[in-house]
Design a binder for this molecule. Structure first.
Ligand SMILES: Cc1cc2nc3c(=O)[nH]c(=O)nc-3n(C[C@H](O)[C@H](O)[C@H](O)COP(=O)(O)OP(=O)(O)OC[C@H]3O[C@@H](n4cnc5c(N)ncnc54)[C@H](O)[C@@H]3O)c2cc1C
Length: 637
């Protein structure tokens, strides 16, 4: 049972904690940020960045070895069935350096690029999502990543060689009362009286690799700090060695998918952490976690690309082979539509994922919005692609691969893939939280310009000052949103994709205008209009995918000397434009208020008549008797 006795942070406190943990300032360019401000900066993504790992001997030879390990050692069906990635798989991965891909060579790692890492994850993910998640839990968010970013030389010298050798690590932020909202972290660390240790107490939930990790990065509350006469919550990050007395796994969690991962509830009882294991600064733990996630978030999009490619492979073979109603099923219009959508989506997902990854290697861009959009877009689209593959496979999509094999059918793992994929829209920032995060970053220029006008708790004086400051910013910015050449024959260098670039050009200004008009209309109330913000963000994500897929197609067509990529990008953009049109319509015309009010009534039990005829109530409660159907007249009351 969740312990609800802890005093949970109020909405305002939670917002303050999130704001404090935000990375502020924009020192490097971001395509997405510009786009939300109405400026289509294709020059930032065209030419589409090249893959620094392509043709690199060390990368290519590593990927060959990795493929061999997957073939020889990784039995994905057995891992799923047995609920375990066996030690033999870990050893095989260790033997080729696959658990230290991005750790610099000087510390014993392979020292490969982010691009190489993501190519590896994409390949593993297509084969076995549990193995990919274990690798990613260690390398994307586990100890090596924050250690590289924030560790001292001494910490790196001490730990990176061990991590590179394959001592697994984990990232422990979530707790029973701190899921999406980290302000409720209740795990505490107190400094010992001699200052040599921190003493850690608390419990972490759903810690991937936790039960088998040798090292963990643990976010814990440290004593509050007084700022402007108020006590401020402080969260700090610690590297915890799991062989320290007091660290225990109290429960191994089991899930619908990713059944091979070792994920657990970790308990810390008076765990003495050496003072030198504080990572970065006291009180910076949440910022560290969020900055780690900014890069770590790039892994899931590549996982989704791997899985979506596999789904496409399965679907196209089956659609061309399965004969029903006088033709192969792929000749039937509806199934053909699914295959085309899947193909175009795979290409868009690849373009979206790789941009952020290559920008990390380049080092000259701010990727926080691009990574968040990639996480949002690829996890949602990846789910659609695998769900479509499930439809193409019909009943065989629902049957386990082992059952298919036992009765002599081709053991395609669609049932497992569907189970594995579902959680990706939740972990590392759920779709709803990504909407809020992207909206906050996209609105940052407005928050800076309009400041107090957008804050519910600001004083009248602060609002008046903000009004004049904002007036100056908007007097310069807003008129530009009505000027442009988005309908004019321009962007000729894009050939057949020029029409989409012109569309993006005028639509980025339309999006910026829509954001501004929403701000005027809702002012400080805008942050509560989440569904409105979600539509704005989804429009931005669709536009971002259109822009990256066009840039990628232009580069791919040039390199390949044929137009296949252009046709793929064109189809993708056509669908995206329709979806964007619908989203704009629903910004103007929607049932948001009515549906919000109805939801509150439903939660108050005012519509429990809908549940008539079944046994209701939480599992474990005394069975509530099945409700008698209400006379239909009651429904109108
Ligand atoms: C398989 C698996 C592996 C995981 N691995 C790790 C790990 O290694 N380390 C770790 O620290 N954590 C891990 N997690 C935890 C994961 O990151 C959380 O599940 C996630 O952050 C969401 O938290 P929650 O499940 O408590 O959802 P809640 O925060 O309780 O949210 C419930 C629902 O409400 C929505 N919601 C919440 N707040 C808002 C809001 N303000 N506005 C709109 N909607 C909102 C959410 O989107 C969600 O739909 C893992 C979880 C799973 C299942």
């Amino acid at each position: 049972m969740t312990d609800q006795s802890q005093k949970l942070a109020s909405e305002a406190e939670a917002r303050d904690v999130a704001e404090d943990a935000r990375e502020d300032g924009w020192t490097h360019p971001s395509f997405a940020r510009e786009m939300f401000l109405g400026r289509l900066r294709m020059d930032l993504i065209d030419p589409y960045p090249t893959d620094p790992s392509a043709g690199d001997d060390a990368t290519e030879s590593f990927l060959k070895k990795l493929e061999q390990v997957l073939r020889d050692h990784v039995d994905a069906a057995a891992i799923d069935r047995d609920g375990n990635v066996p030690e033999s798989v870990l050893d095989a991965l260790r033997s080729i350096g696959a658990l230290g891909i991005k750790i610099p060579k000087q510390y014993g790692g392979l020292g490969l690029s982010q691009s190489a890492y993501n190519r590896a994850i994409e390949m593993v993910s297509a084969h076995c999502a549990s193995t990919a998640t274990m690798m990613s839990g260690h390398q994307s968010i586990g100890v090596p990543q924050p250690l590289k970013m924030f560790g001292t030389d001494e910490q790196k010298q001490r730990l990176l060689p061990r991590l590179a050798r394959g001592e697994l690590s984990a990232f422990a932020l979530t707790e029973p009362n701190a899921g999406s909202d980290p302000s409720n972290v209740a795990t505490r660390a107190e400094r010992s009286s001699d200052g040599k240790h921190w003493v850690l107490n608390g419990e972490k939930l759903w810690c991937t690799n936790g039960p088998i990790a040798k090292h963990m990065i643990v976010m814990a509350q440290t004593p509050p700090k007084e700022v402007d006469g108020k006590q401020k919550r402080q969260i700090s990050a610690f590297i915890v060695s799991t062989d320290t007395p007091g660290v225990e796994t109290v429960h191994r969690c089991e899930f619908m998918g990713l059944r091979g991962i070792q994920n657990g509830v970790m308990r810390f009882t008076d765990v003495r952490i050496p003072a030198e294991n504080l990572l970065w600064k006291e009180g910076s733990g949440l910022k560290l976690a969020l900055m780690t996630l900014n890069i770590g978030r790039l892994t899931l999009p590549s996982c989704c690309v791997g899985a979506a490619k596999k789904a496409l492979d399965i679907s196209r073979r089956w659609a061309a082979e399965r004969f029903q109603w006088g033709a192969t099923v792929g000749k039937h219009d509806e199934v053909a539509g699914l295959i085309a959508d899947m193909a175009a989506s795979v290409y868009a997902m690849q373009a979206v994922a790789d941009l952020g990854v290559r920008w990390v290697d380049n080092g000259e861009f701010d990727i926080r919005l691009e990574a968040a959009i990639a996480k949002l877009f690829n996890t949602e689209r990846g789910w659609t692609v695998i769900n479509d593959c499930f439809s193409v496979r019909g009943g065989r999509g629902y049957e386990t691969e082992e059952s298919l094999l036992r009765r002599g059918d081709s053991p395609e793992p669609v049932e497992r893939m569907l189970r594995d994929q579902r959680i990706f829209t939740v972990v590392e920032g759920s779709t709803q939280i990504m909407h809020l995060y992207i909206a906050r970053e996209a609105l940052d220029a407005h928050v800076t310009a309009a400041g107090a006008l957008l804050q519910p708790r600001a004083s009248l004086l602060a609002k008046t000052k903000a009004f004049f400051k904002a007036g100056w910013f908007y007097a310069k910015w807003y008129p530009k949103l009505w000027l442009g050449w988005g309908w004019w024959p321009s962007h000729d260098e894009w050939d057949d994709l020029g029409t989409h670039i012109r569309y993006l050009d005028r639509t980025s200004r339309r999006l910026a205008r829509a954001i501004f008009h929403c701000m005027i209309l809702h002012r400080a109330g805008l942050e509560r209009r989440q569904r409105l913000l979600a539509r704005v963000v989804d429009i931005g994500a669709e536009m971002f995918a259109m822009a990256t897929v066009c840039a990628r197609a232009k580069a791919d067509a040039k390199a390949a000397g044929h137009q296949k990529a252009i046709a793929m990008a064109d189809l993708y953009c056509r669908g995206a434009r329709r979806r964007i049109g619908d989203l704009f319509k629903r910004i103007r015309s929607n049932d948001d208020r009515k549906s919000y009010n109805l939801a509150q009534q439903v939660m108050m039990g005012e519509h429990d008549w809908l549940e008539a005829g079944i046994m209701t109530g939480a599992p474990g409660q005394a069975n509530a008797p099945a409700r008698e159907p209400e006379p239909s007249g009651a429904r109108d009351g």
